[in-house]
Design a protein around this ligand. Structure first.
Ligand code: SF4
Ligand code: FES
Length: 279
């Protein structure tokens, strides 16, 4: 035992007992979308979520429900997740009609149960968009996003070995703008929030982080044209509702859509000029 611990409380240097954090618990009623597979019509099922710690994340709360379902020999709820720290973009849930739930700038996996109140009814659905067909329960197929990224292709110039870090100067505001776009985790909340099911914010973020940087100039216009044309094959059209930026857990602005539209317009002229030079 140290001398400090022997001093009576209130004297300088005396140790105080650490406050014990007691987690509050809440009871919720969940209405969860259950669908056996892509061809099943699906329906809402009601579950009692009792004794849920406010410190749990939304996905941990679903884990608890699933453990209880398994204990009763019932089918657990299928939902997508991976990193559980806002990086991978897998956790795609509509919570009370809002992609990723009531907290702004937060992915479902980062949403805490303290954002809900005792006795609340919570409706949990998969992301709603024709381009994201339901695989099972709360899991959707977002591979249409992969087709857009694929269309962006790859840099065909031989990159050589890694250059010195300062060889290509990048102005700080340009680096910052590219970094913000690169924060897109491909979650699809922008599509789920859009009344048209448009993927313009996602595509603009993916195009923006490359087109802004000097290293992304080599195939800037070919890439833009291919990615936007692919996006239009799978998704609805943007009519500037702005719901996408409100739902985006990375707070990516619709300004990136304006940058993409400008580059798309230019690509139509530049690519035509380039093609006319080909034999
Ligand atoms: S732009 Fe935002 S909402 Fe859309 S996929 Fe990227 S991170 Fe998700
Ligand atoms: S599980 Fe990875 S972002 Fe939510």
């Amino acid at each position: 035992m140290t001398a400090t611990m022997n001093r009576p409380l209130g004297e300088p240097g005396a140790s105080r007992p650490k406050p014990v954090h007691v987690s509050k618990t809440i009871n919720l009623t969940l209405k969860v979308w259950r669908q056996k597979g892509p061809k099943d019509t699906g329906r809402f099922e009601t579950y009692k979520a009792e004794g849920i710690s406010e410190d749990m994340s939304f996905l941990e709360m679903l884990d608890v429900i699933n453990e209880r379902l398994l204990a009763e020999n019932k089918e657990p709820i299928t939902f997508d997740h991976d990193c559980r720290e806002g990086i991978c973009g897998s956790c795609s849930l509509m919570i009370n009609g809002i992609p990723h739930g009531p907290e702004t700038a937060t992915a479902t996996c980062q949403l805490h149960m303290r954002k809900f109140h005792d006795g609340q009814e919570v409706v949990v659905e998969p992301f709603r968009a024709t381009s994201f067909p339901i695989v099972k329960d709360l899991m959707v197929d977002r591979s249409a996003f992969d087709r857009i990224v694929e269309a962006g292709g790859y840099i065909t110039v031989f990159p050589g070995s890694a250059p010195d870090a300062n060889l290509i100067p990048v102005p700080k505001p340009v680096a910052d703008a590219a970094f913000i776009a690169a924060a897109c985790i491909g979650c699809g909340a922008c599509v789920a929030a859009c009344p048209n099911g448009a993927a313009n914010l996602f595509t603009a973020a993916k195009i923006g982080h490359m087109n802004l940087l000097p290293q992304g100039q080599a195939e800037r216009y070919a890439r833009t044209e291919a990615m936007v044309d692919t996006m239009e094959k799978f998704f609805g059209s943007c009519t500037n509702h702005g719901e996408c930026q409100e739902a985006c857990p990375k707070e990516i602005s619709i300004d990136y859509i304006a940058l993409m539209n400008k580059d798309y317009l230019r690509s139509k002229l530049k690519n035509r000029r380039y093609l006319s030079r080909k034999p």
